[in-house]
Design a protein. Structure first.
Ligand code: 5GP
Length: 254
């Protein structure tokens, strides 16, 4: 990390620094893991390196099929160059199978296939614990316009189709995921792009054959080693060489 870089923002899992050109930022992935609104915390060695790689993989795939994202290029093990965007203060969650909060709220058994992908919005506010909000709330409080909402649903569903297909190809079920969306202004026009990150921190990923969880629920529910689970995802996607045991330690070859 360059020492005299200007920090723009620090979140729970990432830091944003000023980028080399106007309109760009550098996104640094930390090893910190938090859950339940930061009540549970730990440092998972190697997580930042894995999420930097995995987010690069998903975002550059989305860019390649015409789904706009903030991602420009990866710079090194922990950093990527991104476009600076005006963040919309919402989390967009897309669900294919019931799990987590929808199972709790509506009493649906985890793993039940939903009749169609369901898109939900949550207002990003740590003090309130990111409450679920309706389109009525979003428009009434001016967080986004009706056009933005239509575009956010369309983006969420396109990301879902891409991610579901990629994951199915490596034997993983995409149960649900969260994305965040930002605005980019081009002259007087705005365009919505996928921002933040797409990684096992913000998805539920279950092995199709065994049901093994390969996402942040491993940490939330104390189900084992989180870095091992993320390494497995990266390995299956070909993001890491097949013989890499741990991305942060040298591999002995004999
Ligand atoms: P749930 O509403 O069931 O807790 O979460 C639905 C999906 O969105 C899960 O894949 C979960 O990981 C993701 N998600 C929801 N809220 C957050 C959040 O604040 N941070 C992260 N990293 N992921 C979230």
């Amino acid at each position: 990390m360059a020492p005299r870089r200007t920090k723009v923002y620090e979140g729970k899992a990432k830091i944003l620094y000023e980028g080399p050109e106007p309109g760009t930022l550098i996104q640094y992935f930390k090893d910190d893991a938090t859950a339940f609104n930061a009540q549970k915390k730990d440092v998972i060695e190697g997580k930042g390196v894995l999420n930097n790689r995995l987010s690069e993989f998903f975002m550059s795939g989305l860019n390649a099929i015409g789904v706009p994202t903030h991602f420009i290029r990866r710079l090194n093990m922990r950093e990527q160059l991104i476009r600076s965007v005006e963040m919309i203060p919402l989390e967009v969650v897309v669900r294919n199978y019931a799990a987590g909060s929808i199972s709790k709220r509506l009493g649906i058994e985890e793993g039940t296939a939903l009749p169609r992908p369901i898109v939900e919005f949550y207002y990003k506010d740590d003090a309130l614990g990111d409450p679920m909000v309706s389109e009525e709330h979003i428009i009434a409080f001016g967080w986004a316009s009706q056009q933005d909402l239509d575009d956010m649903v369309a983006l969420g569903l396109r990301v879902n189709d891409f991610m579901s297909g990629v994951m199915m190809g490596v034997g993983i079920r995409l149960v649900d995921f969260k994305i965040e969306i930002g605005r980019i202004w081009e002259n007087d026009y705005q365009r919505l792009v996928v921002a933040d990150e797409i990684s096992p921190d913000s998805c539920r990923l279950w092995d199709i054959e065994t049901g093994r969880k390969l996402d942040k629920d491993v940490f939330r529910r104390d189900l084992g080693n989180l870095a091992d689970a993320y390494t497995e995802v990266a390995r299956r996607l070909g993001v890491l060489p097949r013989n890499a045991n741990n991305v942060t330690k040298p591999t002995l070859i004999n």
